[in-house]
Write a protein that binds this ligand. Structure first.
Ligand SMILES: Cc1ncc(COP(=O)(O)O)c(C=O)c1O
Length: 409
């Protein structure tokens, strides 16, 4: 694409944001399967080493296929946004081998022993474990409050001067709790605390946390950004470009959390259809949530598009549409949850989310089976809770499969 063309749509941005300067004029960004890069003279090598971009030196530091993904997701997260000086917002992104790796770089490059993270209940399990089993061992503490109550956040910050970073995941796993990013950002800014946001469930198509004051955003790209379940990956984005190219890059490159050109290629091609996939995922999710909310075997549907969801208004404020991942409770508890899953004929029984097919998981019998019952119920994971990531199949087929699987429960 010509650099002077001003893209107006987020779908075109997903397709045309990667610079693709390849010697053979390949239509798609090639898979640059190379560990190192040549330079024609010592001087050229010196120049590359001196540059903060670290391009064309060594693939743990930067790789052109990975860079194409970084440019694309940075363009999507910054789409139509302005910085404090009313200039087009510029972001720097670093593509990691997983969401966990991106999250680790984010926390470790911003915190040190003696600092604390303030966060909320109902986080992705891996995030909770990283905080409590890994960061805790390095002397970084985690404090949990209910972030739907702004007073709790302010009080925690006042009582704990060690809090240096506020981390939110919205919508959160698996109760689809939403946190008001703008309101939390305001408090964080007042106290000069960094705000980080896990935007995995929403993607930049549904929600752009930098618009509401986030300092860093990360995604597990394994999910909707890839869209096809073909590779694990994670991306970290920051608006302080200098910091991203120096301190944050140092942790990225020295811990070696980088992605690889094969996974980056799959991800880049998946992202190109983000807009149309998300529109269909969201439309299907809405219809399925309405169907379930009217079904006699269902106790409760945790979908932000329903007026009864406690965070309906927050989701409406900060998201384009309601997220296509939601959960519901069966009246029949654990046995009904197991039976429902076993009876499904088309939908896929698997953990993870964001793929083109509908994925169903029953946390009480799988991911949270070893968590003591009282503990998981505290986090909203009841015996009959089913989590689903609604796919882009035809909605008639999804509903027909649910209908037959719910029969008699
Ligand atoms: C919300 C959220 N954040 C982070 C992660 C971790 O990502 P990954 O599995 O790519 O390391 C996941 C994975 O399921 C997730 O759902």
């Amino acid at each position: 694409m010509n650099k002077n063309f001003n893209l107006k749509g987020i779908g075109s941005t997903a397709i045309h944001s990667a610079t693709n300067n390849n010697a053979e004029d390949a239509h798609l960004v090639p898979i640059y399967a190379t560990s190192t890069f040549t330079y024609s003279s010592t001087e050229e090598g010196m120049e590359r080493f001196a540059s903060k971009d670290k391009d064309k030196i060594y693939s743990r530091w930067a790789n052109p296929t990975c860079k194409a993904v970084e440019e694309t997701i940075a363009a999507l997260e910054a789409f139509n946004l302005k910085d404090e000086n009313q200039q087009t917002l510029k972001l720097k992104a670093l593509l990691h081998s997983s969401g966990q790796a991106a999250m680790a770089t984010m926390f470790l490059s911003n915190l040190k022993a003696g600092d604390a993270i303030l966060t909320h209940y109902s986080l992705y399990g891996g995030t909770y474990e990283l905080m409590h089993k890994v960061l805790a061992d390095t002397g970084i503490e985690t404090i949990i409050v209910d972030m739907r109550n702004m007073d709790e956040i302010t009080n925690a910050i006042k009582q704990n001067p060690t809090i240096k970073l506020v981390h939110i995941e919205t919508p959160a796993n698996p109760t689809i709790q939403c946190i008001d990013i703008e309101a939390v950002a305001k408090i964080a800014k007042q106290h000069q605390i960094i705000l980080t946001v896990d935007n995995t469930f929403a993607t930049p198509f549904l929600q752009q946390p930098f618009k509401f004051g986030a300092d860093f955003v990360f995604h597990s790209t394994t999910k909707f950004l890839n869209g096809h379940g073909t590779a694990i990956g994670g991306i970290l984005l920051g608006k302080d470009i200098e910091l991203m190219k120096t301190k944050v890059w140092k942790w990225f490159a020295l811990l070696g959390g980088n992605s690889n050109p094969f996974d980056a290629f799959l991800l880049l091609n998946g992202i190109k259809t983000l807009e149309i996939r998300m529109e269909r995922h969201c439309q299907n999710a809405k219809q399925l949530a309405i169907y379930l909310s009217e079904h006699k075997a269902i106790q409760k549907v945790n979908y932000t598009g329903l007026l009864a969801h406690p965070d309906h208004k927050i989701a409406e404020k900060q998201m384009r549409y309601d997220a296509p991942v939601f959960s519901f409770e069966l009246k029949g508890g654990l046995q009904a949850g197991i039976a429902f899953q076993n009876k499904l004929l088309m939908c896929t029984r698997a953990v993870s989310l964001g793929t083109i097919d509908t994925l169903i998981s029953h946390p009480a019998s799988t991911t949270h089976f070893s968590v003591p019952r009282e503990e998981r119920i505290k986090f909203g994971i009841t015996d009959g809770l089913i989590r689903l990531s609604v796919g882009i199949e035809n909605i008639e087929d999804i509903i027909a499969d649910f209908n037959q699987a719910l029969e008699g429960l």
